[in-house]
Design a protein around this ligand. Sequence first.
Ligand SMILES: Cc1cc2nc3c(=O)[nH]c(=O)nc-3n(C[C@H](O)[C@H](O)[C@H](O)COP(=O)(O)OP(=O)(O)OC[C@H]3O[C@@H](n4cnc5c(N)ncnc54)[C@H](O)[C@@H]3O)c2cc1C
Length: 383
Amino acid sequence: MNKFDVVVIGAGIGGLSAGALLADSGGFQVLILEYLPFIGGRCSSLKHKGYTMTTGAVAIEGGGSLQRIFDDLGLPFDLRYPEPQVKYLIKGQQHEPPKKGALGFLMTEACGSPDEADRVMKGLRETTELPPPDVSVADWLSGYTNDPEIHGIFRALCGGIISLSLDEAGAAELISLIRARSFRRFGFPPGGNAEIAETLGRVVERAGGSILAGSKATNILIDDGEISGVQWIEDGRKEQVSCSFVISNAGIGKTVELAGRQWFSAEELSRIDQAKAAYSMTIEILSHRPQIDFPGLLYLPEARRAAFAACPSLLCPEWAPEGMHLNLILGAPSRSEEPFDGQTELELLLEDAKEFFLDFDQETDDWIMRSFRKDWPGLRILS
Ligand SMILES: Cc1cc2nc3c(=O)[nH]c(=O)nc-3n(C[C@H](O)[C@H](O)[C@H](O)COP(=O)(O)OP(=O)(O)OC[C@H]3O[C@@H](n4cnc5c(N)ncnc54)[C@H](O)[C@@H]3O)c2cc1C
């Protein structure tokens, strides 16, 4: 077919969700182009030596926007939920935060002073107008406390939720997330994140749409100010279709390149040009014994770089060969700007793995470091 109603550029979870909703509505013929040989982008999984390795996202929110899309499409949303969901390792003890008042509880456990914790909680309540975007969590927090243990709790939270260090994470963003009580419940899909992506992909294909993996979009064609088509490269060949709408899941910077800067205002371009890619680094550890003793996320406020550790195979044994476990530790480097000192960041995260995992040296069969940056970041941040 050389004409589609909508071309979606990128089969990340965003592009697949948009494509599936449009295809399912019955009104749109959808083509999804994906540069990589697999779909799902940073929310997928790949098999490696019998292990299910995530391409990015670790925990999937239950009851959030992705589940709502699955519900709208009448699809099963199969997650296994750890219980408890999270614990915090503070001074060698695991603490399970209560459902209500978790942050106050954790800060008190960490610094031993309810007054210090109260000051921060009061600050949170009293910050009615969110701080400007250039105020970091470190700046905001220092207005209430300089306690290193409390800073550690916020460091782990920023790394785990927004992939940024305390100095780079925006106070407004973190405060909004805390207030929205987002990501309260999460789980792991037994078939890996690829199962989620493939379920959405099947909706597109069942409705007569197409997904072309290994196809890199090179141009969004615009005639007289109207979208007219998309060009891409597949197996070294140049291809083209016409369409009336394009949805780009390729990230803002690439989308501007594909369409041409002339279609964006100076104000839009200035924001887009300043967008940052937040780094994340993970070490995945393939081991004979689980490296933490419960299936949720273990937050590590006292770590050098690590935000949390997890052992998803405790809940999803399908993710590892029989008798083996998949563990991971996720860290947010100290800054997200180039040049990136990968060697130092790896050494610090590795020291965390050795310190906080139960028996990293004895029980590890293999480990893999992955660094998420540039075009494959932890998150993209627009200020
Ligand atoms: C280490 C890490 C841990 C994370 N942990 C979590 C977590 O626990 N929970 C959570 O909810 N989120 C987590 N995230 C964030 C989450 O993975 C991402 O926010 C989400 O997957 C982004 O989806 P997307 O569709 O917006 O973008 P992407 O997944 O980046 O999809 C974009 C797609 O477009 C494709 N593309 C780009 N250019 C072109 C082109 N020219 N032509 C064709 N295709 C193109 C790319 O190959 C890609 O597949 C994590 C991310 C990382 C990296």
